[in-house]
Ligand binder design. Structure first.
Ligand SMILES: [Cu+2]
Length: 226
């Protein structure tokens, strides 16, 4: 074993010890999920945003603006408010999961996703994997992917089409601010979520997820659902 290899092992051991000490010293604040009482909070119904207008009884396309905000969120009666990233039309109304977007089959929905996040992430992220890193090292890269949506590539939330707050910095494949969802596919429940290169994991864990429903009257009406 060369001296260099031993040095590296020593460094890894020291880092591991530091980590263990950190875990032990903060364990007084960690809450075991098994100690939380179940079924004490109402299941929340997320705010709904219609992805269409109704003019004289006819559905028409609509443009939405949905932001990403840092705020605090209560996950359980006995947990303190937790820092999160939340989707919403304002910081005040933003939720985790984000608002449910309701679209109608065949009616275009446009969404301008706006990043209002601060410069530093609330969660640690792994810099050793390919990651969206702004040139200035400030800002949290985000880009929204409508999971299951059949849409043009420019609106599909390519991992390298990320952008930071105010579109200050953008990834190499970024093309436009306003995403176009055609809603031409089968009706059903989709979800939208962050998709930034190397940060998807932490951005979702921070709260950047939400539902997207495509409705189709002719398919649903004969079912007579409540
Ligand atoms: Cu997905």
């Amino acid at each position: 074993m060369s001296l260099r290899v031993m040095e590296r092992i020593a460094v890894v051991l020291v880092l591991f010890l530091a980590l263990m000490l950190g875990v032990l010293s903060s364990s007084g604040q960690l809450i075991s999920p098994s100690q939380l009482e179940m079924f004490v909070d109402e299941i929340q119904d997320m705010p709904r945003i219609q992805g269409f207008h109704v003019v004289n009884g006819v559905s028409k396309s609509k443009s939405l603006k949905i932001g990403m905000f840092k705020k605090h969120w209560k996950f359980h009666r006995d947990l303190p408010p937790t820092p999160v990233y939340a989707y919403g039309t304002s910081k005040h109304t933003a939720t985790v999961p984000g608002p449910t977007i309701e679209a109608i089959h065949g009616i275009d929905t446009y969404v301008t996703w706006q990043n209002h996040l601060p410069s530093k992430h609330i969660l640690p992220w792994d810099p050793t994997i390919p990651t969206a890193i702004p040139f200035t090292r400030k800002g949290i890269p985000t880009v929204v992917h409508l999971h299951g949506g059949i849409d043009e590539p420019e609106s599909d939330g390519n991992s390298n089409s990320w952008f930071t707050a105010g579109f200050k910095e953008k990834g190499p494949t970024w093309t436009k601010k306003r995403y176009h969802y055609r809603n031409m596919q089968q009706p059903g429940n989709l979800w939208y979520h962050d998709h930034a290169m190397g940060l998807t994991r932490v951005n979702l864990l921070a709260g950047l997820i939400g539902s997207y429903i495509i409705r189709h009257h002719d398919v649903e009406a004969p079912l007579g659902l409540p």
